[in-house]
Ligand binder design. Structure first.
Ligand code: TXA
Ligand code: MG
Length: 340
């Protein structure tokens, strides 16, 4: 166990982080989506430390974070027109683009694939750390593998204390769910993970349809291969057993009332907990999918802290940013959805 320092992300702390990264260490940093654990994407030994700290399966590749387009040189083999169009529209911001990999990126980042995932974050602290180190940074979400992603520095500390030397505290993340992942490595663009940048926005910029990978909404079938390795793993799972209830508020209330008991909690939208026979945690406003994205992971962590055993969750609207919310929640629920 090493000593973990939690530091406000001021100039001195950013410089300390950059020095650690240049020396082959790992550091937790805030991004606009969720907190990440960063290492130099050029240093295989450093990247290995990320996998160890998270307990992450070796075959699940990482996203490389850059702060300007010139950094792409050597990281990717080609930059197609479509990638430039997406970069112009959404970078810096919560979009990851998968491209054919270049020679500079460490093998450990790509986990055996011939592609690499790239994103240019907009968070000022993430950008400052990349700029100060001059390094492209491989960074997965800063949770223990399988658990909800962290959206505050305190959440990172809860998962990672003793496993890395430094956590930069940049406050709570504005987006709250991980970046949208699109691959441009094949014939047609495929959305591998929904996020704050929506399928509709991507299609508008690309001027063509974007296919939705099957695993976004449904469990992979036995023997089916994941186009994104991350999709085959158990994800975002709190300790509690979560069930999504899909229907209107009256039907939700009736169902929860019929299933009340010790250890039962409601995961609902703001203001809906009143009148329920069980305690509740809310995750945003019913008509505001961005607020649901921002609060979902934090709500799942609060339920665990409260010792919730059985959680009945309100179903978000499955479209726009809500597609990202549902994608995370349905995994937290191990795909258990009750139609009311
Ligand atoms: O918002 C985010 O993207 C956050 C912050 C820290 O930037 N990072 C993040 O990383 O969510 P991670 O490792 O938790 O998720 C990366 C996802 C995984 O599902 C992984 O399988 C997929 O991206 N991925 C990475 N490289 C890939 C590749 N070459 N081909 C297909 N999928 C890839
Ligand atoms: Mg993750």
């Amino acid at each position: 166990m090493m000593n973990t320092i939690l530091a406000k992300a001021d100039k001195a702390a950013v410089e300390k982080a950059a020095a650690l990264l240049a020396a082959g260490q790992i550091v937790a940093i805030p991004t606009e989506t969720v907190y990440g654990i960063a290492a130099s994407a050029l240093n295989g030994a450093a990247v290995k430390k990320i996998f160890e700290a998270k307990g992450r399966p070796q075959d699940n590749p990482l996203i490389v974070h850059i702060d300007r387009l010139e950094m792409l040189k050597g990281l990717v083999a080609t930059v197609p027109e479509k990638a430039l169009a997406l970069a112009a529209a959404f970078w810096p911001g919560p979009l990851t683009i998968i491209l054919p990999r270049g020679p500079k990126v460490a093998d450990e980042v790509c986990a055996g694939l011939d592609t690499v995932a790239i994103r240019m974050p907009s968070h000022p602290v993430a950008r400052a750390v990349i700029a100060a180190s001059g390094l492209p940074l491989a960074a997965p979400s800063a949770n223990r593998s399988g658990g909800p992603s962290p959206t505050t520095a305190a959440d990172v500390l809860a998962d990672m204390e003793g496993r890395l030397p430094l956590i930069l505290d940049g406050g709570s993340c504005g987006v709250g769910v991980e970046s949208t992942v699109i691959t441009l490595a094949g014939q047609t663009p495929v959305l591998l993970r929904p996020g704050f940048v929506t399928k509709e926005q991507l299609e508008q910029v690309l001027g063509c349809p974007v296919e939705l990978a099957g695993a976004v909404l449904h469990q992979l079938k036995e023997g089916e291969t994941a186009r994104s390795p991350g999709m085959k793993y158990k994800h975002y799972a709190p300790k509690a057993h979560v069930t999504i209830l899909r229907g209107d508020l009256d039907a939700y209330r009736a169902y929860v009332s019929g299933h009340a008991g010790p250890g039962v909690w409601a995961l609902c939208f703001d203001g809906e907990g009143e009148g329920l026979p069980v305690p509740s945690v809310s995750y945003g406003a019913r008509e505001d999918d961005a607020s649901q994205a921002r609060e979902l992971f934090s709500a799942l962590r609060r339920l665990d802290e409260q010792g919730a055993e059985r959680v009945y969750a309100r179903c978000p609207h499955i479209g726009g940013v809500g597609l990202a919310v549902y994608n995370r929640l349905v995994r937290a629920a191990a795909f258990e959805v009750v139609e009311l």
